[in-house]
Design a protein around this ligand. Structure first.
Ligand code: F6P
Length: 552
């Protein structure tokens, strides 16, 4: 059963109870009214940071809401937790690990200590290794077995080891080097690798096997298929593999066992969580296509957000405000979802990326010490790029019975200045936030229809269908342009938002035990699918499905 939000996380009474009571008052108000009575609402509820402008004025909040939410952050010792994370304390308590994706983009290069050792020299060593490798590939000095330069990179990895670099490479398409393509294979469904292999040549392809553990079933299956394909298409000479396969992993032994030289391995560390790993060598496919300077700009943008997160007052802190708003809707307004709506085609993978980042982090049902939470935690994250979504699920957002708070993300400048496209895109984005907020009253509908000459009976029939309740909340994030720097900053902003929420909820955002059970059972069922005897060891449904498949 879903949790109600009646009990509070540890130490957060009485602010929690005050917020619950306050939410009842807010639910009586309409955003239209709040805007009409407060001409300075946009100025007060918007934040500028570098090339970002966050307008959060179209949220169901007042000054008092923010004050109470900020008290919640103080009560949860958010400041202390931020410090602990950045200083390398082992805040991932169930895995006994530090959480230091921030060290990977630590441009200030101040030491970051884990177990008494500064991790920065290692971080910089791998960045230098990536740089040298990228230069060789991009300048055509690294040759395939037949002496031709590399034209295609195939990244084989899943979850953080696939989706992260895939999303970033897609978003930075305008920065790709001409003549160098990157492909991403993640699904164990043979269609994924087959379709990719069909379009490339063994002579000019570099495979990156990206896996933190180097044991993930999907990745290793795809990696073996890729190696077999490569051997078949390159004269079956195992010595040629070294020119075409490199690995990104924490597991040097497994990489060697697969047949990749240590020299061709890019290392990262157990203090980098999978879904937070694109800043590490997991970003290699991105660095290869956009170049190391652009990759460093991505890191610099994330570092800028890290600095902002650590130093800005909470009331002017982008991730803190977004995280507190997330908690507000989840626990006090009672909403179980959040939409990510990038109005930028190149950010089309961002909703899926943030779905993993948020739901794998905050989809937890026990607190850090293992007690059941008595309140709701991470919402369902979903979305699609605008304007496509407008012709699909926006109907429900405007007139359905489910509230769906949303983030609209819009770059002011486009990389594709094609006739009027960008102006139309911008107009649609802003218009949707206005329509969701304002709605259209029945009186307005009646007036409009009467002015159009519709007869009274028809107006009576149609008015309820054409009425929009409005009062639907959204954030709008305007970004000057989607550069590598601003993309890094954007991703880091969401990472920290997720962290803020996890601290209020007193959960560990950095483990993912919830994905283990399915993996274990898949291993069992795989064997049963191979076995000659009927499957009997599960419940009726599972046995029935396995046996049906075996017959097919
Ligand atoms: O799905 C669980 C998960 O562990 C993710 O957190 C991770 O990004 C993904 O699997 C891939 O894991 P690996 O990089 O070890 O192959």
């Amino acid at each position: 059963m879903p949790h109600t939000s009646q009990s509070s996380p540890q130490n957060l009474e009485p602010a929690w109870q005050t917020l619950l009571a306050h939410a009842q008052q807010i639910k009586q108000q309409h955003l239209r009214h709040l805007f009409a009575t407060d001409p300075k609402r946009f100025e007060r509820f918007s934040l500028a940071s570098g090339e970002f402008l966050l307008d959060y004025s179209k949220n169901l909040i007042t000054d008092q809401t923010l004050e109470l939410l900020l008290q919640l952050a103080d009560g949860a010792d958010l400041k202390g937790w931020i410090k602990r994370m950045f200083q390398g304390e082992k805040i991932n308590n169930t895995e006994g690990r530090a959480v230091l994706h921030t060290a990977l983009r630590n441009q200030s290069n101040t030491p970051v200590m884990v177990d008494g050792e500064d991790v920065m020299p290692e971080v910089n060593r791998v960045l230098a290794q990536m740089e040298a490798f990228c230069n060789r590939i991009r300048q055509g000095q690294w040759k395939g077995y037949s002496g031709k330069p590399i034209t295609d990179i195939v990244n084989i990895g899943i979850g953080g080891s696939g989706l992260g670099p895939h999303m970033v490479a897609t978003a930075l398409r305008p920065y790709w080097k001409d003549g160098l393509n990157v492909h991403f294979v993640s699904n164990v469904d043979g269609a994924d690798i087959n379709e990719t292999l069909a379009g490339i040549s063994a002579e000019t392809t570099l495979f990156i096997i990206a896996s933190k553990t180097f044991t993930t079933r999907e990745t290793m299956t795809n990696a073996h298929t890729a190696r077999q394909w490569f051997l078949q298409h390159s004269g079956n000479d195992h010595k040629r593999v070294r020119h075409h396969f490199v690995a990104v992993s924490t597991n040097a032994t497994a990489v060697r066992a697969f047949g990749i030289d240590h020299d061709n391995m890019f290392e990262f560390w157990d203090w980098v969580g999978g879904r937070y790993s694109l800043w590490s060598a997991i970003g290699l496919p991105v660095a290869l296509v956009v170049g190391m300077d652009n990759f460093r700009n991505l890191l610099a943008g994330a570092h800028e957000m890290d600095q902002h997160f650590c130093n800005a007052e909470f009331s002017a802190n982008l991730p803190v405000i977004l995280g507190l708003l997330g908690v507000w809707y989840r626990n006090f307004i009672g909403v179980g979802n959040h939409a990510i709506l990038p109005y930028d085609h190149s950010l089309r993978l961002l909703p899926a990326y943030l779905q993993q980042a948020d739901m794998e982090s905050n989809g937890k049902r026990v607190t850090r010490d293992g007690s059941p939470v008595g309140y709701s935690t991470g919402p369902v994250i979903w979305g699609q790029p605008g304007t496509n979504g407008q012709h699909a699920f926006f109907q429900l957002m405007h007139q359905g019975t489910e509230l769906a708070p949303a983030d609209f993300i819009l770059p002011a400048h486009t990389h594709h200045p094609v006739s009027e496209h960008h102006k139309i895109l911008c107009a649609n984005c802003i218009a949707q936030t206005e329509a969701l907020m304002r709605g259209k009253t029945e009186a307005e509908v009646r007036e409009e229809l009467a002015a159009a000459g519709m007869d009274a009976a028809r107006i009576d029939r149609l008015a309820p269908h054409r009425t929009f309740p409005g009062n639907k909340p959204s954030n709008t994030l305007l970004i000057r342009k989607l550069t590598p720097h601003n993309l890094g900053k954007l991703i880091a902003m969401y990472e920290h938002k997720i962290f803020v929420e996890s601290i209020i909820w007193n959960i560990n955002a950095f483990d993912q035990w919830g994905v283990e059970l399915g993996k274990q059972l898949a291993g069992v069922i795989e064997k049963e699918l191979d076995s000659a005897s009927p499957c009997t060891g599960h419940d009726g449904s599972t046995n029935g499905l396995v046996n049906y498949l075996k017959k097919q």
